[in-house]
Design a binder for this molecule. Structure first.
Ligand code: KIV
Ligand code: ZN
Length: 515
């Protein structure tokens, strides 16, 4: 196969994925996700939108420094100030890419940008030229390409390639296209743009009609050689194309795809767990590849078939996507050095000896309760520690719950609220309800609980439960997470984490994508 046969995997979990309401990530969380993507050998990691906020700028800067093997990318509107900010944030990267964009569809140009097509064209060219001052790896996206006029799209692409864009990305920004149509669009663009051979064609599909993966694959069959995607399909609205589905489709159907992906697919499930834990977006059990039921066979006929020959009902091996990769790494008797070494491998660097000692003592507490400690447990430990450290207004000090057949469950809770200990008790429909009521009687947040979900981090009845809550107040939605071997305590931690986020001022604000 020639180099043309490589399919570049561009992950945008930390940029488009982060644009999902409630999915904000801190700098340290982004570093951990970036390290996991690097371990998976993802080609390009879009780490954020540096102009969006100081926090976003610092996150991209930190990821650029932490990642050595993957290209790190920053997003910029086709504006000088955005491009300069992205160039600045990416300075420390081994390999940097600037991704600049401007909308090209009639509706976006007229109603949103209020610009004439020629002005858009001129701005696109200027943006690419400016980005080239910082790096020779420049990507250009005509936003809403899926609803743009073909002739104009061809003109823009020809001009930006001539100006120095090395990748041209065709976004179906609103998820409007159907697979045959989107594939045809890519084929036509590659045929009609005179200098098409000078750039890599990429696609970026949204999932509004549930077609993001199908559209992306259709584009690959028609010559696209980069796919933009996210772990677990996270992303604006209904999300982006799911990385795990794209990668496994191309690998499993080698007979149809004339390209290959260079990823270590055994890192898929651990990475999915990490992103789910950090964002608090649970993975639905029937989700392809990474859902808990993706390789589970319930019907007797299926079980019988699989026992006789796995291929009867399985087209992929669970271990190839990392279902069995969560090997036990360290246990009760491991020392501080083994703990620190594994954490470093997972992308967690302790800022001080105190922070290491604190994490190590949490690890020992966990190892006392749970015999086998997996990477996912270690990740959850850090997430939990960060959640507490970053949002200190309300902290859980103690929780006692009584739950008995035929009796109303009740909970007594001690919270630390801005430096003072407060105690309350409440009854409820169940132990979790009672705990939340007790917390509410102290905090009186007025928040509405939109979602409550529990999942197990690893297998077995001694596994840690990971709880996600989604809270809403005054139109603001936040996710809270908590983990513990006791799911009532994990629930209380998640609720408190969500309340802490609501108490804090808005964490960050993205400028409108598209000016
Ligand atoms: O969906 C979209 O059009 C985008 C662009 C910035 C590529 O996210
Ligand atoms: Zn997008």
């Amino acid at each position: 196969m020639s180099s043309n046969d490589k399919l570049i995997i561009f992950d945008t979990t930390m940029r488009d994925g982060e644009q999902s309401p409630g999915a904000s990530m801190t700098r340290d969380e982004k570093i951990r996700i970036a390290k996991a993507l690097e371990r998976m050998h993802v080609d390009v990691i879009e780490a954020g939108f540096p102009i969006a906020s100081q926090g976003d700028f610092e996150s991209v800067q930190a990821v650029a420094k932490a990642v050595k093997d993957s290209t790190v990318c920053g997003l910029a509107r086709a504006l000088d100030k955005d491009i300069d900010r992205a160039g600045e944030a990416l300075k420390g990267a081994n390999s940097a890419r600037i991704h600049t964009f401007i909308a090209t569809s009639p509706i976006h140009m007229e109603m949103k940008l209020r610009m004439q097509p020629d002005q858009v064209l001129a701005q696109a060219i200027a943006a690419v030229k400016r980005a080239r001052k910082y790096t020779d790896n420049v990507e250009f996206s005509p936003e809403d390409a899926g609803r743009s006029e073909l002739d104009f799209l061809c003109r823009v692409l020809e001009a930006v390639i001539a100006a120095g864009a090395t990748t041209v990305n065709i976004p179906d920004t609103v998820g409007y296209n159907l697979p045959h149509q989107f594939g045809e669009l890519i084929r036509t663009l590659r045929e009609r743009v005179p200098n098409a051979d000078k750039a890599i064609f990429s696609v970026h599909c949204h999932n509004d009609l549930g077609l993001a993966v199908a559209n992306s694959l259709s584009a690959v069959l028609n010559g696209a050689r980069q796919v933009e995607c996210t772990i677990n399909g996270l992303g604006e609205r209904a999300g982006n194309a799911a990385l795990e589905e794209i990668v496994m489709a191309v690998r499993t159907r080698r007979d149809l795809f004339s390209c290959n992906v260079g990823l270590d697919t055994t890192q898929i499930v651990p990475c999915s767990r990490l992103v789910s834990g950090i964002t608090g977006f649970p993975v639905q059990p029937n989700k392809a590849i990474v859902g808990a039921n993706a390789f589970a066979h319930e019907s007797g006929i299926h079980q019988d078939g699989v026992l006789k020959s796995r291929e009867t009902y399985e087209i992929m091996r669970a271990q190839d996507v990392g279902w069995m990769a969560n090997r036990m790494v360290i246990g009760k008797h491991s020392g501080r050095n083994a703990f620190r070494t594994r954490m470093t491998e997972l992308g967690v660097d302790f800022k001080s000896e105190d922070a290491l000692n604190d994490a190590f003592s949490r690890f020992k507490d966990l190892a006392d309760k749970k015999h086998e400690i997996y990477d996912e447990d270690l990740q959850a430990l850090v997430t939990d520690a960060n959640l507490v450290a970053e949002n200190e207004h309300v902290k859980l000090v103690a929780l006692k719950v009584c739950s008995e057949t035929g009796e109303t469950p009740n909970a007594s809770i001690t919270l630390w609220v801005d430096g003072a200990e407060r105690v309350a008790a409440a009854a409820g429909g169940g132990p979790v309800d009672a705990s939340f009521r007790a917390i509410d009687s102290i905090v009186q947040s007025g928040a509405e609980l939109l979602l409550y979900s529990v999942s197990n981090i690893t297998t077995g009845t001694d596994a840690q439960g990971e709880v996600t809550v989604r809270l809403e107040k005054g139109g603001r939605i936040v996710n809270g997470q908590g983990s513990d071997t006791d799911i009532v305590i994990a629930s209380a931690k998640a609720y408190i984490n969500g309340l802490n986020k609501l108490i804090q001022p808005q964490m960050r604000a993205h400028p409108q994508v598209g000016m």
